[in-house]
Each structure stands twice: as structure tokens, then as C-alpha cells.
Design a protein around this ligand. Sequence first.
Ligand code: URA
Length: 257
Amino acid sequence: MADSEPAGHPDGERLQKVLARVGIGSRRICEDLIAEERVKVNGEIAELGRRVDPERDLVEVDGAPIGTRQGLVHYLLNKPAGVVTTASDPQGRPTVIDLLPAEPRVFPVGRLDLQTEGLLLLTNDGELANRIAHPSHGVDKEYLAEVVGTPSRAALRQLREGVELDDGITAPAAATLVEGSLVKLTIHEGRNRQVRRMLDAVGHPVTRLIRTRIGPITDRRLEPGAWRPLTAAELRSLEAAVGEAGRTQPGTTDPGR
Ligand code: URA
């Protein structure tokens, strides 16, 4: 047996203790998982007793990352077209949940239409999900839309100033023409089919829609259908973007933005 410490952060916590703390199982079960080589740290099979920093190291059990907070996981998925944003579909179509590890169970934060592609967050962190989805917290979402025709300056201005939809006028959006028929639209409301309806209303129906950013979170290299856990830094930036305002803390009031 080696008498030196296994590799890792010298002042981190022992791996089996971290696994037990986030609810993987008892300390004994976690030790067995490590001995069975089912636990990886930063992509490499981990040794018993290794020290880790759960905020910085990627720890996986059977290929599924453990959360950085007590049992919480946060995934970023690049949703392909033709996949529904629900947990189960009565029509039997593939769902975003089918693309992720079965355990722990996660749910999507907001939704993308069947044919919309791009970034979607999935988590079991209900509190953060509520804060992201709530329009008052101002997490903006950026979309690239391929449309019919080339929007005029007047059409772009209308998108920026607000478009009259059947459920009311939209809040001002950022709208730019990237080229020809490609529009970049950034909104922070989350109404049903909002981007498609806005572009329809200004005379440019959408032929392809991709979400490219959620607040501070973006990833151009994530392939369609692929997912990854948010890094601790991304999670912190997302929490900073939604602010502390939505946290349920008795005796505090929403300071607004
Ligand atoms: N707006 C839409 O129209 N569709 C989406 O999927 C997301 C935003």
C-alpha cells in the first residue's frame, strides 16, 4: 500500500466523504463504489482517499456528475430539433430527459418548442429554476432565427420597441440583422412561442430557431444532443445573474433591479 497521499487538492475533502454528503450512499457504499472503479475525478478513475474540491473538480459516478451542492445537479443540453421539452410525451416522441442520465431526476428550466434547437438548462434545483424562469429577474435569452425574407430597419425597430401580440405588447428586445435572413433576437420574457410570434408579427416567419445563450451561459462547441454539467464558475455567474432577489428568505424583500 502506498504511504503517500493519493493525488488531488491537498486541502480538499476525501472523495468518499463528498460522495456520502451529496447523498450517493453511506460512507461504506461510497468506498465500495470507488474500489469498484465506478468513480471518476476530472475524467480519471479515482483512488480511495483522494482529496477533491467539489467546487472545482468534476466528480462522476457511473458517468453521471454529482452535484456541487447537496444532491443538486445543473446540466446544459444542446437540444436538437424534433425532441420535446417534457419529461414524458403521450405521443411517444423523444424527450430532452431521454438525452440525460436517469438519476438524479432533473427537469427542464422553461421550454423550447419541438423544432427549436439550442441551449436548455435542466436541473433538480427548483429554487434556481424558478428564479431563472421568472421574467422579473431579467435573465436574457439570445436566439438566432432564420426567417423568410430580409427584415427592414423598420421591422427591426418594431422588434426593439415592442410587438403587439394577442397576449399583449412585448417588452423591448435587442434585435440585429446578422446577415441576409439571419436575425439575432434577445428577450427576457418567456412567453409561449414568443420569438416565432414576434417575427411572424413583423412579417418574417421563422424557418429555423436556435437558442444561443441563457444569461451568462453559452457554448458554441456543445454538439446537438450533447450535454455537460455547468461548471462551478458558470453556476455562480448564473446565480449572480438572477440575483438574490428571488431567494425565499423570511424577513427580506425584493430589492428589485
Ligand atoms: N421562442 C419561440 O418562439 N420558441 C422557442 O422555442 C423559444 C422561444
